[in-house]
Design a protein. Structure first.
Length: 434
């Protein structure tokens, strides 16, 4: 089987890292990929090849799908899904046979429109924060609703906003100001519609499934560390680290997630006539042991995937392939007993302005962890090329062991203005020790 992984970040490197372990994969391409994907080797000895394309430019994707005779397209990021890459493949005679891992644009609305997602959850009785949606013309009504809520206030731009469309603001005046700015197009046209919702107090956990529309496999859960600063201070980022498993997501909690969230979501999708085949990422809040959905994503998380793949036993390529004939129920995809900690190294200044183009030293010294490339480029040497540069994932028999290993291995790597959080997983260790 010939596989193309679409995207260029750490998530795509991690997915490719897992897929190359399958004897079913004869050739694997990453489009456009990164130096990390290009370093991977398949079980038949072949190298993974990076190919030049733009994931959101479907004509450039089509050219490569045909040129390399791709059988399966694994879509990493949300944008091509929301823009309808699957619909595009389905509508073209020459591409129709290609299995696309990810939903069509209808299914992708779960992530592409917060208003749609909230309406969906309400319709199917899925626990989520109380909310209302307002358009730019409804500013006054929106303020009245805002006043009816307790602070902090949660404002969400309806459309995709590259992870920056959510504002949590404790001050009522500032919340109104922010609401006005959003309605005036601060997050682009798709953000003019604003979801205002109740703030949920608790601890977040990311739960992932792979589904063929009928069957599903729950993948290892993970905890993401979103803020730039230690102890969850400072602005939001794409994610500064991840840990899996998550101690409070125990069997009792996961049973609630499955019964109240996963099953009703799949039932709702099916009843709404949506043939969803791909990953679903449930961003959950654990409120005193009760799970609530904060958001749906129609793809895997980044950096969560960099932890998840290291705990996944089974053949991911085979499981993905089974989505074609809806035989996922016959596949084995289970969590290993290990613990994994992922620490992300970023460019100093991120998530605001930062410089790039610095040489990354010491990668060859890392022997007891996996380095997933997020924002790197390779000329003669590997260099920084983004805000989030790399993710170091280490596995151990306990969280403590995995954590120590991740930090030790990360200490061998250096580049100018390197920054990383030193407290990834610390909160969970404290929780376990309590
Ligand atoms: P998102 O960009 O949708 O991942 O949201 C960013 C972050 O905002 C989430 O990860 C949560 O930490 C926070 N958040 C979103 N909605 C709520 C809510 N209703 N209550 C509390 N925190 C929230
Ligand atoms: N790490 C969160 C996300 O991928 O959206």
């Amino acid at each position: 089987m010939k596989v193309l992984v679409l995207g260029s970040g750490g998530r795509e490197h991690a997915l490719a890292w897992k897929l190359v372990q399958s004897p079913l994969v004869d050739e694997l391409y990453a489009g456009p990929g990164n130096p990390g994907t290009a370093s991977l080797i398949l079980t038949n000895g072949k190298h993974v090849q990076n190919i030049a394309l733009f994931p959101n430019d479907f004509q450039s994707v089509k050219k490569m799908l045909l040129q390399y005779h791709i059988d399966m397209l694994v879509v990493g990021p949300e944008e091509p899904l929301v823009l309808g890459i699957k619909d595009f493949c389905r509508e073209q005679e020459e591409l129709r046979h290609i299995l696309v891992i990810g939903p069509d644009s209808k299914g992708a609305r779960l992530e592409g429109s917060k208003d749609y997602a909230k309406g969906f959850m309400t319709a199917w009785g899925i626990p989520t924060a109380r909310y209302r949606t307002f358009t730019a013309e409804q500013y006054r009504q929106a303020c009245i609703f805002l006043d009816s809520l307790n602070p902090p206030y949660v404002l969400k731009a309806d459309g995709l906003a590259a992870g920056k469309g959510v504002v949590v603001e404790p001050n009522p005046q500032k919340a109104r100001h922010c609401l006005k700015e959003m309605m005036e197009g601060r997050f682009g046209p798709a953000g003019k519609k604003v979801v205002i919702e109740e703030f949920l107090q608790g601890t977040e956990v990311s739960v992932f499934i792979l589904t063929d529309g009928i069957h599903y496999k729950i993948l290892p859960e993970a905890k993401d560390y979103k803020r730039i600063g230690e102890h969850d201070l400072g602005p939001n980022t794409g994610g500064m680290g991840a840990v899996s498993p998550v101690c409070f997501a125990d069997a009792a909690f996961m049973k609630k997630v499955e019964e109240r969230i996963i099953k009703p979501t799949l039932e709702g999708l099916s009843r709404e006539g949506c043939d969803y085949r791909g990953f679903i990422f449930f961003g959950l809040m654990n409120c005193k042991g009760e799970p609530y959905v904060i958001e749906y994503n129609v793809r895997m998380g980044d950096p969560e995937t960099e932890s998840v793949v290291m705990r996944l036993a089974g053949d991911l390529a085979s499981a993905c392939m089974s989505l074609k004939n809806r035989t996922l129920g016959e596949e084995t995809l289970v969590a290993k007993n290990n613990h994994c900690v992922t620490v992300v190294g970023v460019s100093g200044g991120y998530p605001d302005t930062y410089s790039k183009g610095y040489v990354i030293k010491g990668l060859e010294k890392v022997r007891d962890a996996t380095v997933f490339h997020m924002g790197t480029t390779s000329a003669q040497e590997t260099m920084t090329a983004g805000g989030r540069v790399l993710a170091v994932s280490a596995s151990g028999s306990t969280l403590k062991a995995a954590r120590e290993k991740a930090y030790r291995q990360l200490s061998y790597i250096s580049y100018r203005n390197m920054y990383y959080r030193k407290d990834i997983g610390e909160d969970l260790i404290n929780m376990i020790n309590k």
